[in-house]
Design a protein around this ligand. Structure first.
Ligand code: ADP
Length: 377
């Protein structure tokens, strides 16, 4: 039995905005679910419905067999954390942490023990006497986290809790929350617009767009086998390159044809490609599959000629943003610019304006239907 079962959860706001559209997911005990998507895709709405801060328009939520619909937030056994820490400014960290338990009439000795335990887990023992105004953003976030831990909820809900922190602190808190997840028997649902956050923290990542689940899978599957073109380009930085072309023939064999390159399809792809013979299709290839050592070694690898626009240097590695002018297919008149990204192994030595010819590790590519965006083979 899943710990938390979400079944066809929907929310239509007054005025007709469909913020969430039939969201269904079974979440296991101790699972860390990261929900990611662009601004306005329904992430906060999802958390607010689960927490009971807003009323669903349809669907069911079941926690350990108990139907949550209609229950007030305090009866749901959950803790929610937002990007603003919602600490009381006139109370010390210890008082802030203890506040909820005091209200519930928890014995004083037990509160003290739990505060101490949570402070130890988060390394904030020396901050317990401070007021929120005397702490950094990261320390305040930790104090808020401590308050949530103290309640020992079955489910932790995080609504972009790290987005107010600077990059270094964000990275630290990511690790800290992951560590906390390993030591607590709780389910965690973390929503963010940052795919790096989602991919590094989630046991499973749910990609949401326009209130609809695009894909729910472990990070590796999401990266390697995106269910559609949206997931392919949303996940990864930069995302998967999408080359619009068509299925035709080279030397009598089915092939993907693009103005910059062509590629004879491997045997395994041929049956599925038949439905697209003569038709448009999108070919997706990750930047690291362009110009890589593996691509150089690949027999019959197609190559693309392009000019480097920008070299983005990231210390140990670099990413190239390239342009290539291409004649359209026969019949289409204009020469057009094609832009894509690549991470060749020798990118460090490259410079803007340089002309390059890069091999493609095409077998790692994915084909998507150009109308629906769905992955087809
Ligand atoms: P996210 O958290 O992914 O940015 P939200 O869940 O906040 O997205 O919002 C999803 C959609 O619902 C958006 O189009 C947003 O404008 C709309 N929305 C959110 N809250 C309300 C509200 N109280 N009334 C009307 N529309 C809302």
């Amino acid at each position: 039995m899943p710990r938390l079962k979400l079944e066809g959860l929907s929310k239509i706001y007054p005025g007709g905005v469909k913020a969430l559209d039939g969201f269904s997911l079974d979440i296991a005990e101790r699972e860390f679910i990261a929900v990611v998507g662009p601004s306005g895709c329904g992430k906060s709405t999802l958390l607010r419905l689960i927490a009971g801060l807003d009323e669903e328009s349809g669907g069911k939520m079941i926690l350990d067999g108990l139907e949550l619909n209609g229950l007030p937030p305090r009866e749901r056994d959950m803790a929610i954390m937002f990007q603003n820490y919602a600490l009381f400014p006139h109370m010390t960290v210890a008082e802030n942490m203890a506040f909820g338990l005091k209200l519930r009439g928890t014995p004083r000795a037990e509160i003290a023990a739990r505060v101490e335990e949570a402070a130890r887990m988060l390394g904030i023992g020396e901050l317990l006497g401070r007021f929120p105004g005397e702490m950094s953003g990261g320390q305040r976030q930790r104090a808020a986290l401590g308050r949530a831990i103290l309640r020992r909820p079955k489910v932790f809900l995080f609504d972009e809790p790290l987005s107010n922190l600077d990059a270094k602190m964000r990275a630290q808190m990511r690790v800290e929350i992951s560590r906390l997840h390993q030591s607590l028997p709780s389910t965690m649902i973390f929503v963010t617009h940052d795919q790096v956050e989602a991919m590094t923290m989630g046991d499973r990542v749910v990609v949401l767009k326009d209130g609809l689940i695009q894909q729910a899978a472990d990070p590796d599957t999401l990266y390697r086998n995106p269910a559609n073109a949206f997931v392919a380009s949303f996940i990864g930085s930069p995302g998967m390159n999408l080359f619009p072309g068509r299925i035709g023939e080279v030397d009598g064999s089915p092939a993907f044809l693009h103005p910059l390159f062509s590629w004879k399809l491997p045997e395994a792809s041929r049956p599925k490609s038949a439905a697209y013979a003569g038709k448009a299709i999108l070919f997706g290839l990750r930047p690291e599959d362009i110009g890589s050592a593996a691509a150089r070694r690949l027999e019959g690898a197609p190559t693309v000629k392009a000019v480097i626009g920008v070299v983005e240097r990231l210390g140990g590695q670099a990413c190239l943003y390239l342009q290539s002018g291409a004649d359209g297919f026969a019949g289409s008149e204009a020469k057009h610019e094609i832009a894509f990204a690549a991470r060749p192994d020798d990118a460090q030595g490259c410079h803007s304006g340089q002309a390059v010819e890069l091999p493609l590790f095409a077998p790692n590519g994915k084909f998507f239907d150009p109308a629906s965006g769905i992955s087809v083979f």
